[in-house]
Design a protein around this ligand. Structure first.
Ligand SMILES: Cc1ncc(COP(=O)(O)O)c(C=O)c1O
Length: 368
């Protein structure tokens, strides 16, 4: 088939769709960095620098059943998560990263042109998967402190609204929406999905309210607190009827056996993993205080495992590129409300120290 013919076969809206910009693997950086791959400090994807639980590593090393398909009903995982959260297993669905569950929920709820309310700036996956699933994106901007605007959200609700989606803490800004505001949104009766990917770094959750609000859904992941981003496993808590439909439409073996084995072990090592979370929280506060001392930066307080920072003087793009040359990867932003800025994930103390040391030396370069 010729490229022209293929182009004709592709959905028009997808050929025009702006792609999701994923992080770059260090081994693909080529001449844009002067540092060997193994020395690169990755602070661009909110990964957990402490890695996963040693119990997960041991369980993976011992497992032998790789020739078998995993349990499509996710029985052991859902039971373990029931224990972990105190939420009935029939409300829980696991997925190949929490993004997959977002996708399945969109597939379940959206007919052509149905609307999703999205509080921007936020995690770009919400936009991307809405559009791939033929939804219509209704962006409601946050204010200059990145707080959501309840009045504007309520005003944006129409007969076609199928979902309000919200990250709490928000990515990339790190701020949080108070419970009372979430409950005001839940009171509208519109399905509300609260993405709590960074919940463990904050400690507050809307989860206990799911019994009271049948339109409330919560998304979680093992990528951040449990250091399992590479194994791809997330989960969600839904009203039992929605969970049943999600179980029906998901790919049967969406969660790999490796992810299952690793998570079952991680859930037996929560104290260890939360110890790492506490270390990252302490480092977040230290890094924030240090960034505040740099006159040409404006860091924003964060309840997650990253800090959003505006470059007040000089070019954020030049800064991010210069950091990359010196082997430090951070995430660059330049879009409405996130002008000339970057997000840095919290690393180990020595990684954050190196980042700060290099950052302080770059002032002249980024103003040139
Ligand atoms: C708000 C939010 N939700 C979900 C995810 C992705 O989680 P997962 O790795 O489970 O797909 C991220 C990752 O950056 C995120 O920031």
């Amino acid at each position: 088939m010729s490229p022209e013919r293929i182009e004709k076969l592709i959905r028009k809206d997808l050929s025009a769709l702006g792609a999701y910009s994923a992080h770059k693997a260090p081994e693909t950086l080529g001449s844009t960095t002067e540092v060997p791959v193994e020395e690169i400090i990755k602070l661009d994807a909110n990964e957990n620098p402490y890695g996963c639980s040693p119990k997960s590593l041991a369980a993976l090393a011992e497992a032998r059943n790789w020739h078998k398909y995993p349990d499509s009903l996710q029985t052991s995982l859902r039971d373990a998560l029931q224990q972990h959260m105190g939420v009935a297993a029939d409300r829980i669905v696991c997925s190949n990263g929490s993004g997959e569950l977002l996708d399945d929920l969109y597939a379940l709820l959206l007919e052509n042109g149905d609307e999703v309310i999205n509080c921007v700036p936020t995690f770009d996956m919400f936009r991307f998967r809405t559009l791939v699933n033929r939804g219509k994106l209704v962006n409601v901007p946050r204010d200059s402190s990145f707080d959501i605007d309840i009045g504007k959200i309520k005003a944006a609700i129409t007969k076609k609204t199928r979902l309000i989606v919200l990250a709490n803490p928000n990515n990339p800004t790190g701020n949080v929406t108070p419970q009372k505001d979430l409950l005001t949104l839940a009171e509208t009766g519109v399905p509300l999905l609260v993405d709590e990917a960074y919940y463990e770094f904050w400690g507050e959750t809307i989860l206990p309210q799911v019994d009271k609000y049948p339109n409330l859904m919560v998304l979680r992941t093992f990528s951040k607190w449990a250091g399992l981003a590479g194994l791809r496993i997330g989960y969600g808590i839904f009203p039992p009827e929605i969970a049943r439909y999600l179980m029906k439409i998901k790919l049967p073996y969406n969660v790999s056996l490796a992810a299952t084995v690793a998570v079952l072990a991680a859930l037996k090592d929560v104290d260890y993993l939360m110890g790492n979370v506490r270390k990252l929280i302490a480092e977040r506060e230290r890094l924030f205080a240090e960034l505040q001392k740099i006159s040409w930066l404006k860091p924003y307080p964060s309840q997650a495992n990253f800090i959003f920072c505006v470059v007040k003087k000089g070019s954020a793009l030049k800064l991010v590129q210069a950091l990359q040359r010196k082997g430090i990867l951070v995430r660059y932003y330049d879009q409405p409300l996130l002008e000339n800025s970057f997000r840095v994930s919290i690393g180990k103390p020595e990684q954050n120290g190196k980042f700060l040391q290099i950052l302080r030396g770059l002032e002249a370069e980024i103003n040139g």
